[in-house]
Design a protein around this ligand. Structure first.
Ligand code: AMP
Ligand code: MG
Length: 417
């Protein structure tokens, strides 16, 4: 049943492989975003525009990693307890009285300056305190529980390189280095629209044959996570002339256009024709499942990602096509979704020549690897197949069948979106 029309080769001609499509994206899409300086608190999700050299060392001084007692290692007996007199008390943010003399200890707290000559800190849990004497068990290593100046970041080294997307940890590092603002790429502006005469806004009453727009919410969510400014152009009817006008207007003043629906070969699929009429089409079919109909091109000089209408396919092709386009436009270091080995507990047959993605949930480990269970509904329109699973098993082009127990690559959703 429907085998032929479901066959990726049924339309004749060859399909573009995902790796070739990705290479084409990075070849054709060049950075547009200029550079601006923004306060650190506004830099989350932005792309770093320049390498950042450390103006100071982090930490800036030798200090204690624990609450305890700073001593000279050579004062400790190797094979029995050592009792020393406490001569100083050094809290974080305060100076030691001076260098630590021989045969004495200093009470010290986490983050406090390690006095000169002290080269080890013993955790308070490993000491016994009696008046101003402290007794230390043997067995500690020289340097233990100390942090050396510059051990995190040495002054002058490159702490972050241009192209890095700034997440919470990167902002923390920049703050530790003392930056109050940071050079980032201008925020991209992206026009987003859905196509389809059947597609209606959530909240609208549905007539027979109509559906609510799910894709624009999926895609806007993914776009916003990538830190771009989204212009929501709503839903566009399946009308060639109107779609062409909307796309030409969107091309003005946006860095990228993202559409969903209308990219297959049906007569009502107008996106591809609109791209061909008002710009140029680079590809419109990929050798993947789900998501074969996906177009990339440009309207005027503005790149466009024409994603499929089925929500699962829209989400996947956003990750595979639109996201690299955004990275190329914003000079962001391309992200590569990490794959993890898991064991499939299902059998699967596929065609050679296309990459397939199977929605799965992960279960308890078998033979040290997590077990992947296929979702019981498989249509590319099934939204619950996304909300009820953990990620995708990726089956390479050359695979034709999978037996239960086989090791496969798993991509968690958070590596994609
Ligand atoms: P199309 O690619 O336009 O032929 O659409 C393929 C399938 O996806 C059809 O069942 C559409 O009704 C559905 N679809 C298209 N756009 C959306 C959307 N924005 N939200 C949810 N489903 C959609
Ligand atoms: Mg449609």
């Amino acid at each position: 049943m429907a085998q032929l029309s479901d066959d990726c080769f049924a339309f004749g001609g060859s399909l573009l492989g995902i790796d070739a499509a990705r290479a084409m994206i990075f070849e054709r899409v060049t950075p547009v975003a200029g550079i601006e300086r923004v306060p650190l608190r506004q830099a989350l999700g932005r792309t770093l525009a320049e390498d950042i050299a450390a103006p100071i060392a982090v930490p800036g001084y030798d200090n204690s990693a624990v609450d305890g007692y700073a001593v000279r290692f050579d004062d400790l007996h190797a094979d029995r307890a050592t009792t020393l007199r406490c001569v100083d008390r050094i809290a974080a943010g305060h100076d030691p009285a001076g260098a630590l003399g021989p045969g004495v200890a200093a009470r010290i707290f986490t983050g406090a300056i390690l006095p000169d000559a002290a080269d080890v800190v013993i955790m308070q849990e490993d000491c016994e305190r009696d008046g101003d004497l402290v007794t230390i068990r043997p067995g500690i290593k020289r340097g233990a529980n100390t942090r050396r100046a510059g051990e995190d970041v040495a002054r002058g080294t490159i702490a972050l390189t241009a192209g890095r997307r700034l997440g919470p940890a990167e902002l923390g590092l920049l703050a530790a280095l003392g930056f109050i603002e940071v050079p980032v790429r201008r925020r991209l502006s992206v026009a987003l629209l859905s196509t389809g005469d059947e597609v209606r806004e959530p909240g609208e009453r549905l007539e027979r044959g109509q559906i609510h727009d799910a894709n624009r919410f999926i895609l806007a969510g993914m776009l916003e996570r990538l830190g771009v400014e989204v212009t929501d152009l709503g839903i566009v009817r399946d009308d060639q002339a109107n779609l062409g006008n909307v796309l030409r207007q969107a091309a003005d003043g946006h860095d990228l256009i993202v559409t969903s629906g209308g990219v297959s070969t049906g007569e009502e699929d107008h996106v591809r024709t609109a791209i061909a009429n008002h710009g140029s089409l680079y590809f419109w079919r990929l050798a993947i499942k789900p998501g074969r109909p996906v177009a990339m091109g440009q309207i005027g000089a503005t790149p466009l990602a024409g994603l499929p209408g089925n929500p699962v396919a829209a989400l996947l092709t956003f990750a595979l096509v639109a996201r690299p386009m955004i990275e190329a436009l914003s000079a962001t270091t391309p992200s590569v979704a990490r794959r993890f080995r898991v064991v499939s507990d299902f059998a699967y047959k596929k065609r050679a020549g296309r990459r397939e993605y199977v929605r799965v949930s992960l279960g308890p480990a078998a033979a040290g690897l997590a077990r992947a269970t296929r979702y019981h509904k498989e249509g590319a329109g099934m939204l619950t197949s996304l909300t009820e699973t953990d990620g995708l098993v990726e089956l390479p082009e050359e695979t034709t069948r999978l037996e239960p127990g086989a090791e496969v690559d798993f991509v968690p959703y958070n590596e994609l979106i």
